[in-house]
Write a protein that binds this ligand. Structure first.
Ligand code: ZN
Ligand code: CU
Length: 484
């Protein structure tokens, strides 16, 4: 007799937090053909596999709204640093940098070179990149953006100036191609040298293909320190000119003289949200991480080296100590370490908490998956929000914490059938222990896997089981939804 099982998997007896911010409830969750088939009492139903979730929370897989995993999803396809946190979808191409489209030969400026894996060939079109991902899927779903700095590197003979009309047309055309291939938007990083000379109008001109496409304008703003308010105005203006949804990346206020200013920026953002589509994300740490700067202005405060190509042995050390040992000043030391990345202790914890607790703030790791001593956010972001900020500090209820990393993010990035546990949605699911979930990575042990993430399911396939990666690579490429 043929035994037609009702479900492939039934998750039994868990507490469902469905990603919509609704209160938790007890229910079984049935998975069939990669989708959520039923939520309720399924004790009478057959299943090929049953997973016991008594005492555990069953939630949508986390969506990392801000990543630099463009290359990692190809070269580290198990994506253990994300799967082990319960992340099932990553948004790539942030801060103006994406690994496609790029020329095969050119030298990449910082911070583009942080994404580079010299073992891997480059992709001259965005479509080639997405096709490569479809051909060899990673463990997580990918929603990819194209970077404005990447387009500049692709089209401009010099990055030290504004683009000329022909270069603007060329960039616009490449954006158009990326959108046609399925990019969910474009990101800018005018804070960084490759795009610092791009005026507001260049961005508006290049981004014309966004109009009416539903694609996002995502930005690492020009300034997150003394001129944050001006940068917010520029960001809102660009969004209005393009009539596009805007994402303010990793909102923060750098340097002591700006501490406390989230009390000013958040009401401004909230007010602008009433008139145009704006969202924002944040990582749960008061230190940032990016390329190692050589501009003395950007070398203030404590700086920890995370990676250095010529001096990998210096990873994990303070720039001041390295400079002292080499008997040179820290700007020269920073030059000697290039290309390199670093951690900057430049934020106020009270601002971080204020921004995290702001109702509309999504959680994004901004993790940089390279180097010996990455910022701990690469391995710890999501469990840190669940454990440290929600459970221990009670910054917001667990339902809100989950929403900030699932339903809210799927809504803002327009990722259909993701982010909530609803019948018919993709079965991206995490089961975690609400009592023990926590981040374990810190600035010393920066790659320690989080605790309390018990099971991770991606598109209906179990990928992580009680601390073990099963080698499953069920991630899909999520392309832009046309109903935007
Ligand atoms: Zn950034
Ligand atoms: Cu970033």
């Amino acid at each position: 007799m043929h035994n037609h099982l009702a479900f492939d998997i039934i998750i039994e007896g868990g507490t469902v937090i469905d990603g919509s911010k609704a209160p938790r409830f007890m229910a079984d969750v049935g998975i069939r053909e990669g989708k959520i088939g039923a939520i309720g009492d399924l004790s009478a139903c057959d299943a090929a596999q049953r997973i016991n979730a008594h005492g555990k929370v069953v939630a949508p897989g986390f969506i990392d709204s801000h990543t630099h995993d463009d290359q990692a999803v190809l070269s580290k396809p198990d994506m253990t640093f994300k799967i082990s946190q319960g992340v099932t979808t990553v948004v790539t191409g942030n801060c103006g940098i994406s690994i496609a489209p790029l020329r095969p030969d050119s030298d990449l400026p910082s911070p583009l070179n942080l994404l580079e894996d010299t073992q891997n060939p480059r992709f001259s079109t965005f479509k080639d990149y997405l096709d490569a991902l479809r051909q060899s899927p990673s463990a997580v779903n990918v929603a990819a953006m194209v970077g404005h700095s990447t387009l500049r590197v692709m089209t401009m003979s010099s990055l030290e100036r504004a683009a000329d009309p022909a270069e603007i047309i060329a960039m616009s055309r490449l954006l158009d191609e990326a959108l046609a291939a399925g990019a969910i938007g474009i990101s800018t990083g005018t804070y960084y040298p490759p795009a610092a000379h791009a005026p507001t109008q260049e961005i508006i001109d290049v981004c014309q293909p966004l109009k009416g496409s539903g694609a996002l304008y995502v930005t690492h703003m020009r300034d997150e320190a003394d001129n944050t308010l001006t940068s917010l105005e520029e960001t809102f203006f660009i969004g209005r000119e393009l009539n596009s949804p805007v994402v303010i990346s990793h909102h923060k206020l750098m340097r002591p003289q700006n501490f406390g200013k989230s009390a000013i920026t958040l009401p401004i953002i909230q007010k602008a949200m009433k008139c145009q589509c704006i969202s924002l994300d944040c990582y749960p740490y008061n230190a940032s991480s990016t390329m190692l700067h050589t501009d003395p202005n950007r070398l203030q405060g404590r700086i920890l080296i995370s990676s250095s190509e010529p001096h990998p042995e210096q990873a994990g050390r303070d720039l001041d100590d390295i400079a002292a040992e080499w008997a040179i000043d820290k700007v020269d030391a920073a030059r000697r370490l290039q290309p390199a990345s670093a951690i900057y202790f430049g934020m106020d914890e009270a601002d971080v908490q204020n921004i995290l607790a702001f109702d509309e703030t999504m959680i994004g790791s901004d993790g940089i998956p390279s180097g010996e001593k990455p910022h701990p956010r690469l391995w710890g972001t999501f469990p840190r929000v669940l454990g440290h900020y929600s459970r221990d500090l009670k910054l917001f209820p667990l339902e809100t914490a989950v929403w900030k990393m699932t339903g809210l993010t799927a809504r803002n990035f327009n990722l259909p059938q993701r982010g909530t546990l609803v019948i018919g949605n993709y079965a991206d699911i995490v089961i975690f222990d609400p009592l023990t979930v926590r981040d374990a990575a810190d600035y010393e042990n920066s790659t320690a896997p989080a605790k309390g993430i018990e099971v991770v399911i991606v598109n209906g396939e179990v990928s992580w089981l009680h601390g073990t990666h099963l080698g499953t690579r069920a991630g899909q490429v999520i392309t832009r939804a046309m109903n935007g």
